[in-house]
Design a protein around this ligand. Structure first.
Ligand code: NAD
Ligand code: DAU
Length: 350
């Protein structure tokens, strides 16, 4: 059956991998990438597929309800995969309003526009919302987040994502909108904006700049290679059950400081530096406010019910990622000039 799929946030980190996968693997689907191109959106992430006949880019803001409704009508959208968001926790601490606006109001605007256009005819329709494990809050030393874990967000970012999740479920329950949600752990890989831990630290190692470790570096994250997240989204899109939530994770927990040491080791080797050279760059700085101690996803449901599991071991993924950043200096330089410098000095050189 024909599918006209609106992917929001497709010029961002995860979105660009999802767009690439769908455009390349499904030539019969029409893929419409909608993105407002904030500082995090970059069409250079998609140069390899921009000329494909089943792909179209539209610059628009998800908060602009009238534009979104016209785009959905004009492109006869049957499916939405919603990734557009403000995504960086540190920025949400400085500017919570823009997170509420984009993540809550933007999601609501998309839901309402899809509901109005579909007008009760939900056959061959889907609204698939991409969310985060941060909505579940923070774990202690043990345990995992399951799909039943109670929401307990702590940052303005996770509070806004939690609220958007609630709106998506409310549209499913109230209007019968065919919704699915997934909540994923920390992603890493090519095209990630260098405000997030892994690309920021790779860039700083290359440039011999301090590596700002928050607090004691003891917080734990569960890391997943971004292409495996895109594969999970593909699996859920095609095999997921309506109204269900699927947790996605790597079963791959790392304490920040241990992860940073692996980054240093691999980067030093690839840069031809003596082992451990860049350890002197480690610099412990003030902790993030409200810093969640530990995230860890129990990804049993998606494994058992949809037969998805990560394809890449962490050691392989991290080496591929560092190699990619070393080979794509131009991409990195492009986005670390201009406004990025201002963000960086406000954030780290107080
Ligand atoms: P990102 O910041 O790299 O990309 C976000 C994209 O959304 C950008 O292209 C940006 O231009 C676009 N965008 C922002 N505001 C918009 C608006 N008002 N209208 C239209 N487009 C807008 O984010 P990411 O890391 O790729 O995350 C994508 C999604 O996945 C988000 O919803 C995020 O909450 C979720 N997620 C991310 C991770 C992670 O580790 N990065 C993990 C789990 C879930
Ligand atoms: O868990 C999923 C989430 O992962 C996504 O929903 C978010 O969009 C994504 O940004 C990410 O959130 P985190 O806050 O976990 O990622 P970040 O890369 O910002 O930080 C990872 C860990 O590293 C965290 O414990 C904070 C720490 N950190 C981060 C930065 C940027 C540092 O110690 N120093 C830093 O400079």
């Amino acid at each position: 059956m024909n599918k006209n799929i609106l992917i929001t946030g497709g010029a961002g980190f995860i979105g660009s991998h999802v767009v690439r996968l769908f455009v390349n693997n499904y030539p019969d689907y029409n893929i419409i990438n909608l993105d407002s191109l904030t500082y995090a959106g970059n069409l250079k992430n998609l140069t390899d597929i921009e000329g494909k006949s089943n792909y179209k880019f539209i610059k628009a803001d998800i908060c602009d309800y009238d534009s979104i409704k016209s785009i959905i009508i004009n492109n006869e959208i049957t499916h939405v995969i919603h990734l557009a968001a403000e995504s960086h926790v540190d920025r949400s601490i400085k500017d919570p309003f823009s997170f509420a606006q984009t993540n809550i109001m933007g999601t609501l605007s998309l839901l309402q526009a899809a509901k109005e256009y579909w007008n009760g005819d939900f056959s061959n329709k889907l609204f698939y919302h991409i969310s985060t494990d941060e909505v579940y809050g923070s774990l202690g030393e043990s345990g995992f987040f399951t799909e039943e874990t109670k929401y307990d967000p702590h940052s303005p970012y996770s509070a806004s994502k939690a609220s958007s999740d609630h709106f998506v479920r409310a549209f499913g329950d109230t209007y019968g909108l065919p919704v699915i949600l997934s909540n994923c752990s920390n992603n890493y890989g090519p095209y990630q904006f260098p405000e997030k831990l892994i690309p920021l630290f790779i860039n700083n190692i290359v440039n011999n700049k301090p590596l700002p470790v928050y607090g004691k570096g003891e917080n734990v994250r569960d890391w997943l290679y971004v292409v495996d997240h895109a594969r999970a989204i593909d699996t859920i899109f095609h095999k997921g059950k309506l109204k269900e939530t699927y947790n996605i994770g790597g079963f791959n927990e790392w304490k920040n400081i241990d992860l940073i040491k692996v980054l240093i080791k691999v980067a030093d080797r690839l840069l031809g530096r003596e082992e451990g050279t860049s350890e002197k760059l480690i610099s412990y700085v003030q902790d993030r406010a409200g810093h969640d101690l530990r995230y860890a996803i129990d990804a049993t449901k998606i494994k058992d019910e949809l037969e998805w599991e990560p394809s890449l071991q962490f050691e392989e993924g991290i080496e591929k990622t560092i190699q990619w950043y070393l080979e794509n200096k131009e991409w990195l330089e492009n986005i670390t000039s201009g406004d990025y410098q201002k963000y960086y000095s406000e954030m780290y050189q107080k």
